[in-house]
Design a protein around this ligand. Structure first.
Ligand SMILES: Cc1cc2nc3c(=O)[nH]c(=O)nc-3n(C[C@H](O)[C@H](O)[C@H](O)COP(=O)(O)O)c2cc1C
Length: 287
């Protein structure tokens, strides 16, 4: 006798149905979540892109403004700069010294020899000594640093002879010092050029080997006080500028105005040729 097939239990059927529905629901929820996430990612990508574009726009505008400002500040620096001989006790930061030297390095030089070297002194005892060597300009010891610009005259002499030794190397050093002084003002530092000093005394403070470097200018640098420095007087353009009219009005007999004996290192012969042609001298240049 066959046993009758059991009647399907309505309870287990409902259970199975519920299980299937919940599985479907959870799959649907997962799909929905994945879709939502994708949509969110896409919109946040858009946001990031937009934000980047806005950032770039502002960066370009800022850079443009900065360039305009720096162009203005070049003239500002030229027209407002003045020598500073009073300083606060704040030291000069290393990165400011680096910036000053970066500016000095931009200076032109004869034959691009860069026949100048600079010594940076910050120790108080050395600054005091420098002040003494500068004919007792004792205010120098209150500075944060002194940059001693020297002519590497041997280097210039090798190529340009006497003119290199006695003029070009000095010019190289002074132009570099000028650039450095302007950089000081740009950086908000005070600076004063000091040229009145005893050369051997300064050279001995630097302990330069065999008088190799000739001290040409001291650039005394420090933090300026708050009160504004007074701009010193300048000659009128008419006094500085000699136009072609001046040639017509000068005395006919101009002999003796430019005396060879007064300026014995003038421009002539091999040296001039070497410089213009950029080659090597045909005859050795006498030092
Ligand atoms: C070659 C040279 C030498 C100088 N020597 C000294 C100096 O020994 N002591 C000093 O206090 N100032 C010195 N000065 C700074 C000048 O006195 C100063 O530049 C000038 O009076 C113009 O003033 P300003 O720099 O404020 O425009 C010197 C400047 C130059 C260019």
């Amino acid at each position: 006798m066959m046993s009758p097939t059991p009647e399907p239990c309505p309870f287990s059927f409902c259970l199975l149905l519920l299980l299937a529905i919940s599985c479907l629901l959870s799959c649907f929820m997962r799909l929905l979540e994945a879709h939502r996430k994708k949509a969110h990612d896409r919109s946040s990508d858009k946001d990031t892109k937009l934000r980047l574009e806005v950032l770039c726009y502002h960066a370009v505008r800022y850079q443009k403004k900065r360039m305009e400002a720096s162009r203005k500040s070049f003239w500002e620096v030229l027209s407002t700069r003045s020598s500073c001989r009073y300083f606060t006790s704040e030291p000069v930061r290393d990165d400011d010294i680096t910036e000053i030297l970066r500016a000095a390095k931009c200076a032109p030089s004869a034959g691009n020899l860069q026949a100048w070297r600079v010594f940076v002194l910050e120790r108080k005892d050395l600054l005091t000594k420098l002040g003494k060597a500068a004919h007792d300009q004792n205010w120098i010891q209150t500075a944060g640093a002194v940059l001693v610009f020297c002519a590497d005259w041997e280097l210039s002499q090798q190529k340009y002879g006497k003119r290199g030794k006695r003029l070009f190397s000095i010019q190289d050093a002074t132009i570099a010092c000028t650039y450095a002084q302007l950089a000081c003002d740009t950086l908000g530092l005070g600076a004063c050029w000091v040229g009145a000093f005893n050369e051997p005394a300064v050279a001995s403070i630097l302990e330069t080997p065999n008088r190799k470097f000739r001290p040409v200018a001291l650039l005394v640098v420090g933090k300026p006080p708050q009160n504004k420095l007074r701009r010193s007087h300048r000659l009128e353009k008419a006094e500085l500028l000699k136009t072609e009219d001046w040639r017509r009005t000068r005395p006919n007999n101009s002999a003796g105005i430019y005396s060879e004996s007064e300026f014995p290192y003038d421009w002539k012969g091999d040296i001039a040729e070497t410089i213009w042609k950029g080659g090597k001298p045909t005859k050795p240049i006498k030092p």
